[in-house]
Ligand binder design. Structure first.
Ligand SMILES: *[C@@H]1O[C@H](CO)[C@@H](O)[C@H](O)[C@H]1NC(C)=O
Ligand SMILES: *[C@@H]1O[C@H](CO)[C@@H](O)[C@H](O)[C@H]1NC(C)=O
Ligand SMILES: *[C@@H]1O[C@H](CO)[C@@H](O)[C@H](O)[C@H]1NC(C)=O
Ligand SMILES: *[C@@H]1O[C@H](CO)[C@@H](O)[C@H](O)[C@H]1NC(C)=O
Ligand SMILES: *[C@@H]1O[C@H](CO)[C@@H](O)[C@H](O)[C@H]1NC(C)=O
Length: 413
């Protein structure tokens, strides 16, 4: 991974810890940039001296006050773990060891990109408060990111299962800050976008928290109990995992509604492209309704990180053919991936790359999952195959919009 500026890094604020003179007292509250910026050269007159000292004291006092308030608000500081209810001695020791004076310096300098009034991207205080978790709660929920709770790992994130204090079960995605957008403002804009997405077929975001101490940002989502669609594909005739026909149809409709919602623009929600629709991203809840995960994630991630995951989508056949020439995602590339997912659900197979047949050559009996034992509605199946085919048109402009897809599925929106 190339060395790049860090999203929460001091560089983005024009303040470098190493610029602090050796003599600076790192434990004092008065090592913030404004203190350093106070005039260094002043004329020898006593009056100027007194004024400078007085101003200095006031500025430092102000910083001490701000710092104290931040501490009180417990904004994701690893150093505050000590009074945690669920803390055990071992992890605390680890934090102590890693807590260098420079880190406490960074905290006192208000590092948190989510701190009140800092964002300048219209994060309303209400939104950011209701969505903000503190690190202590995240650590507590995951039992300090115990391996036992690890649900999955990708090259930029790890996901843990956790239980919040109110007893609700969550999935906590931790993203290494080296994978995040380097521009703090852009990162915050992405975070804000995530808070605007609310739909029954999207996995719900409960909140987030960023920790400089750990170098990670955490996204807290509702936990979805019945795994991902992937787990229902390529199954042997195992009654438990074989989806019956009505369930398959309702899953397809739910996914369509979720994608349509993402693409639609509303007064308080811009239109967004998912970019990474796959069976793995479609989670199944306890009522066997689909919930799309990963929506808007690319808005938080550095471009090269997003790019590095594309090869896998291409290999699985999810990537629209024009991506290789245009290099851009559009609503129509999501529609293509949706077409692939419909075929996966109908065939019960993950790999549908060999299914590039002309519309006439598709025989329902040969195409549909043999685990259904012919137990499906033929007209419905024929209609879904037709929709999948047109969604997978080579030419983007021949693919329908999600709105048109919903109409064909007879879903009113
Ligand atoms: C984040 O990534 C960097 C560089 O890839 C790595 O050195 C560091 O250990 C990672 N941090 C975490 C918390 O995974
Ligand atoms: C789905 O979830 C329910 C309740 O959460 C559980 O009883 C059931 O075994 C799950 N089914 C599968 C196939 O995972
Ligand atoms: C896209 O989805 C794949 C498969 O679910 C995943 O491995 C990858 O990390 C995702 N990429 C992004 C940028 O979310
Ligand atoms: C999918 O199947 C085709 C033909 O059956 C095969 O050539 C291809 O390697 C498979 N792709 C994956 C990702 O397994
Ligand atoms: C077909 O599926 C329906 C609904 O799941 C079920 O009621 C019916 O018994 C099934 N019929 C056969 C022949 O498996």
């Amino acid at each position: 991974m190339p060395n790049k500026p860090e999203p929460f890094g001091p560089d983005s604020r024009g303040f470098r810890p190493q610029q602090i003179p050796e003599s600076a007292n790192l434990n004092s509250n008065c090592n913030a940039s404004r203190c350093l910026n106070s005039p260094k050269s002043f004329s020898g007159t006593v009056i100027v001296g007194i004024v400078v000292v007085a101003v200095g004291v006031m500025v430092c006092g102000l910083f001490a006050f701000v710092w104290y308030r931040r501490r009180k608000q417990k904004i994701g500081s690893a150093l505050e773990v000590s009074n945690s209810r669920c803390s055990t001695d071992q992890p605390k020791e680890m934090f102590r060891k890693s807590a260098s004076p420079l880190i406490s310096l960074e905290y006192s300098n208000g590092w948190d990109p989510l701190a009140d009034g800092r964002s300048g991207v219209g994060f309303s205080q209400e939104v950011s408060r209701s969505f903000r978790f503190n690190l202590e709660e995240v650590e507590c929920a995951t039992q300090y990111f115990s391996e036992v709770n690890l649900l999955g790992k990708s090259n930029f994130a790890a996901t843990y299962k956790g239980i919040l204090r109110d007893g609700s079960i969550v999935a906590i995605k931790s993203i290494n800050k080296t994978s995040c957008k380097t521009e703090e403002a852009e990162f915050l804009k992405g975070l804000k976008l995530l808070t605007l997405l609310h739909h029954e077929n999207l996995i719900a975001l409960r909140g987030f928290c960023c920790s400089r101490g750990r170098g990670e940002c955490f996204l807290v989502y509702d936990f979805v109990t019945n795994g991902s669609l992937l787990q229902y594909l390529d199954v042997k005739d195992n009654a438990q995992r074989v989806l019956d026909w009505p369930t398959r149809v309702s899953i397809i409709k739910g996914i369509a509604k979720g994608i349509h919602y993402l693409h639609s623009s509303r007064p308080n929600k811009p239109s967004i492209v998912h970019q990474n629709i796959s069976a793995e991203k479609i989670l199944i809840d306890q009522h066997f309704a689909p919930r799309l995960s990963g929506s808007g994630l690319h808005k938080l991630l550095a471009d090269d990180v997003v790019f590095s995951t594309l090869k896998a989508s291409a290999a699985m056949g999810y990537l629209a053919p024009e991506y290789t020439t245009v290099g851009r995602f559009t609503e129509k590339s999501d529609v293509y991936s949706f077409g692939v997912v419909i075929f996966q659900i109908l065939t019960g197979k993950t790999n549908v790359t060999q299914l590039r047949l002309g519309p006439d050559s598709i025989k329902l009996e040969d195409t549909l999952d043999e685990n259904l034992h012919g137990n499906f509605s033929k007209p419905e199946a024929a209609k879904l195959v037709g929709i999948a085919m047109i969604c997978m048109s080579e030419m983007a402009n021949q693919r329908p919009t999600m709105e048109a897809v919903l109409q064909q599925l007879s879903i009113s929106c």
